[in-house]
Design a protein around this ligand. Structure first.
Ligand code: NAD
Length: 263
C-alpha cells in the first residue's frame, strides 16, 4: 500500500536537489504534487514528466518564496487546481558563503528573506488551508515538514545569516507543532547533513566532497532520496503521533564530530 495515496503535497524549491528528491519520493508513494521554484517552467519539464510517469498529477508554479503576495496566489491557485492540501514541505533555502565581518547586507537580507521568511510564508499559508479543511470536515489533519539543517545548531563558519535562519525555522516548526496539534496537523523538522545536491556543488569541489564523505560515519554524503524517504515517513500515517521532532538525516555526521584530543 502506497503511503501517501490520494494526498496532495506542496514542495518548494522543487526544481533540483533535495526538493526534486522529495517530490519524486512523495509521487512514488501516491501523492499528487504541487511544485514551486523560482526557476523557469522549462527547467521543470523533465521533473513534471517523471511524476506523471509515476502515475501522479503534477503542477508547477514559478514564484519566489520570499514574495509573500506571489506565494499566497500560488496557494490560492493550488487549492483551485487540486481542491485540497494535505502535505507541505518547506524546502527552498539559500546560502551565500561569507564571514559575518565581511557579510554584505543585501546578502544577509536575501538569505533571511528566502531561508527564514520564505519558510514562514510557506508554513503559515499551508497551515491556514489545512486548518480550514479540518474545520469544515474535509480532512482529519495534515503534515508540514520544514527542511532546516545541522547548521541550526553548529556554528559553521562563513554561514552567519544561514545559520541564523535555520535556527529560526527550527524554532518556528516547534512552535507550530504545539499550536496545530489540536487540529492533528503534525509539524516536524528535518536536519540534513552534507547532502550531494547542485547547490552543494556550487560552493565546493568534487575532491573536497570525496574527502568529506570519508569523515561521515556512514561513509558517504547524503542524497536527495535520503531526505525524500525521511519526508515520506513524516508525511505518512506512520508518524501520526510524532510532532515537533527534529530528525537528523546526516549519516551520523553530528555525533561523529571529533573531540579535539582524538586522532
Ligand atoms: P539547491 O540549491 O540544490 O536547490 C534549491 C532549489 O531551491 C533550487 O531549485 C532553487 O531554484 C530553489 N530556490 C532558491 N531560492 C528560491 C526562492 N526564493 N523561491 C523558490 N525556490 C527557490 O539546494 P539543496 O541543497 O537541494 O537544498 C535544499 C534545502 O536543504 C535548503 O533549504 C537547504 O538549506 C537545505 N540543506 C541543504 C544541505 C546540503 O548539504 N545540500 C544540508 C542541509 C540543509
Amino acid at each position: 500500500m502506497k503511503r501517501c495515496l490520494g494526498k496532495v503535497a506542496m514542495v518548494t524549491g522543487a526544481a533540483r536537489g533535495m526538493g526534486q528528491g522529495i517530490a519524486l519520493c512523495l509521487a512514488a508513494e501516491g501523492a499528487d504534487l504541487a511544485l514551486n521554484d523560482i526557476t523557469s517552467i522549462q527547467a521543470m519539464q523533465e521533473m513534471l514528466m517523471a511524476i506523471q510517469e509515476l502515475g501522479q498529477q503534477a503542477t508547477y508554479w514559478q514564484a519566489d518564496v520570499a514574495d509573500r503576495e506571489a506565494l499566497s496566489l500560488v496557494f490560492d491557485d493550488l487549492v483551485k487546481r487540486f481542491g485540497r492540501l494535505d502535505i507541505c514541505v518547506a524546502n527552498a533555502g539559500i546560502s551565500i558563503p561569507e564571514t559575518v565581518i565581511d557579510a554584505r547586507w543585501e546578502n544577509v537580507l536575501r538569505t533571511i528573506q528566502v531561508t527564514q521568511f520564505g519558510v514562514f510564508h510557506t508554513c503559515q499559508l499551508a497551515a491556514q488551508q489545512m486548518v480550514r479543511q479540518v474545520e469544515t470536515g474535509m480532512a482529519e489533519g495534515g503534515k508540514i515538514v520544514i527542511i532546516s539543517s545541522v547548521h541550526e545548531e553548529l556554528a559553521v563558519r562563513s554561514s552567519g545569516a544561514y545559520n541564523m535562519a535555520k535556527a529560526a525555522v527550527t524554532q518556528l516548526g516547534r512552535t507550530m507543532a504545539v499550536e496545530l496539534a489540536p487540529y492533528h496537523i503534525n509539524v516536524n523538522i528535518i536536519h540534513p547533513g552534507l547532502t550531494d545536491t547542485p547547490g552543494t556543488r556550487t560552493y565546493t569541489t568534487a575532491d573536497k566532497l570525496n574527502r568529506a564523505a570519508k569523515r561521515i560515519p556512514l561513509g558517504r554524503l547524503g542524497s536527495p532520496q535520503d531526505i525524500g524517504k525521511a519526508v515520506v515517513f513524516l508525511a505518512s500515517q506512520e508518524s501520526d503521533y510524532i510532532t515537533g521532532v527534529d530528525l537528523r538525516v546526516d549519516g551520523g555526521f553530528k555525533w561523529g564530530l571529533r573531540f579535539p584530543l582524538d586522532d
